[in-house]
Design a protein around this ligand. Structure first.
Ligand SMILES: [Zn+2]
Length: 592
């Protein structure tokens, strides 16, 4: 490929709304262009990397006999009404109508359509197990698209679905995908961590997230070096601290003027914050988004409420709950904004964090303006309608498994896998016949990889102040041949000769033969991050060139033949990313 005949419009400045280095660099390197909020175009170089990532995904899916198919992007609403997700999915579900007023959606994920496909096409246990996947655009009507390819309204995703006869077989299918994912992200050159995750609107019983580590990231991960525990903040269990044993005191209402926060109260009363109870109030909504229930949650004063655990405890979708307007809720429940406590509430669902069970002599709001109550004891004075873990595990807290302090990292979610169980097969009546002709629902799993996200995550991990440093496996081209002086026939001919020879060996080459200053060419080469640079300059007459790797500072002068051989050898070694399999376990490598 010759740049003299190819569009490349690199930019000095990143768009003003870009926060992440990866977002800035992808735009500056002319690999992505935003058409409208959260909708991206992929110019040539960017699309080549997308296809490289897709190809790696495809090879690892094919390796585990996952069958590639292709489904429509538009789904009839009926399928989503069958599973109830038409109502439960929330405002991110992109709903459209056809000219006759029929409802459709743009796929955010594809469980319904695959289940429908399978119930129509498959029927016998003899064909089990099997799994299917496709790579296509997905849609999410994001309220605030941002961060380049990380929060878009249209994105490229691989999603796979497995169909099995038993729960054990589902586990086998799940682990096969798990190991395939390890290979995919390893080949892409990502430093990632596998963490337990919440199932969210997909549903099911178990989930893992594959998170590319990054200083910035919307996925918060807690992990333990001691025992290997790793989970997203939403998911991470939090162990209850045992209550302090002391004799129960009678309750006592005390005057605490103007102390609206837990810190204020504890300072005012000179109490440790662990001796206080914090209240949080919510309103839930029904399927028509009319207010349904008042919910009051209590956690220990030093804890944070985990919203995911709360909506799971209430068994409602995340968008059916909002912080309450306490002034409206007060007269109904008997609570008083800033002074809400667990004693004497009415007309509400009380959710108590399990850690409060057995606690005595705590300080809580008195449900009276400017007053708190001391001596509050669980069991004697109040109980919960729901009692469960609703608190957030935080950095430094004891690991729920081994007790050592947990650590915190951020990451970019690049993949997630789910055990769905029977959720979709039962609601959509997708069954197979066993040996005796009896019908059974499929045990299902689903497995997603964000292809466009993966591309940006790679850049987030592989760049310097000059630009992107692509790993060979996902680079748009392997080699860039930079011609210092394009009007010089000798230089140009040598460059084209190198191009021809490398291409004959299967190496992907771009030649920068543009009529530009050398400085512009070097800057562009660094910015777009092609892994190997061969520079053809004034030594061309002697058949000599400079050979330089984007990831290294130094260059070497050598014959063109040597440079060709070196480039070819490196592409052979690193081109498909499999050389990094040395970091994977035997179990992963043997999974098939
Ligand atoms: Zn641990």
């Amino acid at each position: 490929m010759r740049l003299s005949k190819t569009h490349l419009k690199t930019l000095r400045e990143a768009p003003s709304d870009a926060v992440l280095e990866s977002h800035k660099l992808l735009v500056r390197a002319n690999m992505i262009r935003q058409e409208a909020a959260g909708l991206y175009m992929f110019p040539k170089l960017g699309y080549r990397t997308i296809r490289k990532v897709e190809q790696i995904v495809r090879e690892e899916m094919d390796y585990i006999d996952c069958q590639e198919v292709y489904m429509p992007h538009v789904n009839p609403a009926e399928l989503w009404q069958e599973t109830g997700r038409w109502y439960a999915y929330g405002p991110e579900l992109w709903r459209i109508k056809d000219r006759n007023g029929n409802d459709f959606i743009l796929n955010p994920t594809c469980e319904e359509m695959f289940t429908d496909f399978v119930r129509k096409e498959w029927s016998s246990y003899k064909e089990l197990p099997f799994s299917l996947y496709h790579i296509q655009f997905k849609y999410r009507d994001e309220s605030r698209p941002r961060y380049g390819l990380l929060r878009t309204r249209e994105f490229i995703m691989k999603d796979a679905y497995s169909f099995d006869a038993t729960e054990e077989d589902l586990h086998t299918a799940y682990m096969r995908q798990y190991h395939a994912y390890e290979k995919v992200f390893t080949r892409c050159g990502l430093d990632y961590r596998i963490v337990e995750a919440d199932n969210g609107p997909i549903g099911g019983s178990k989930s893992h997230e594959f998170s590319a580590l990054s200083d910035w990231g919307e996925s918060d991960i807690l992990y333990c070096d001691e025992c290997g525990m790793a989970a997203t903040v939403e998911r991470a269990e939090c162990s209850d601290e045992a209550p302090v044993k002391e004799e129960m005191q009678p309750t006592e209402v005390v005057f605490t003027p103007g102390t609206k926060t837990i810190e204020d109260v504890c300072n005012y009363l000179k109490l440790p914050v662990e001796k206080s109870i914090k209240a949080l109030m919510f309103t839930t909504y029904d399927t028509d988004l009319n207010p349904k229930d008042n919910v009051v949650c209590f956690v220990r004063g030093d804890r944070q409420l985990n919203m995911t655990k709360l909506v799971n405890a209430l068994d409602i979708p995340a968008h059916y709950i909002e912080f309450a307007d306490e002034d409206i809720m007060g007269p109904i429940t008997g609570s008083v904004a800033g002074f809400t406590g667990p004693i004497g509430l009415k007309n509400c669902i009380v959710v108590v964090d399990s850690e409060l069970v057995g606690t005595v002599n705590m300080c809580a709001g008195a449900n009276k303006e400017d007053h708190h109550m001391l001596g509050v004891c669980y069991g004697r004075d109040y109980k919960g309608d729901i009692v469960t873990d609703i608190k957030e595990l935080q950095e430094g807290d004891p690991c729920p498994h081994c007790g050592k302090p947990v650590k915190f990292r951020r990451g970019i979610e690049v993949g997630q896998i789910f055990k769905l169980g029977l959720k979709y097969s039962e609601s959509m009546n997708a069954t197979f016949k066993d040996e005796n002709g009896e019908d059974h629902p499929y045990w299902m799993g689903c497995y997603g990889i964000g292809v466009s996200r993966t591309m940006q995550a790679v850049v987030e991990q592989h760049h310097d102040d000059k630009g992107i440093i692509w790993p060979l496996s996902v680079a748009p081209y392997h080699v860039i041949v930079t011609v210092i002086k394009s009007q010089d026939e000798t230089q140009l001919n040598l460059a084209y000769d190198i191009e021809k020879k490398l291409e004959a060996m299967g190496v992907e080459v771009m030649v920068d033969d543009r009529d530009e200053r050398p400085g512009v060419k070097f800057n562009d080469a660094d910015l777009i991050g092609i892994p190997i640079r061969i520079t053809v300059g004034k030594l061309a007459g002697e058949g000599k060139v400079e050979y330089k790797l984007r990831r290294e500072d130094d260059h070497e002068v050598m014959s063109a033949e040597e440079a060709i051989a070196k480039a070819k050898a490196l592409v052979d070694l690193e081109g498909d990313g499999r050389y990094l399999f040395k970091n994977l376990s035997e179990e992963t490598l043997n999974a098939h």
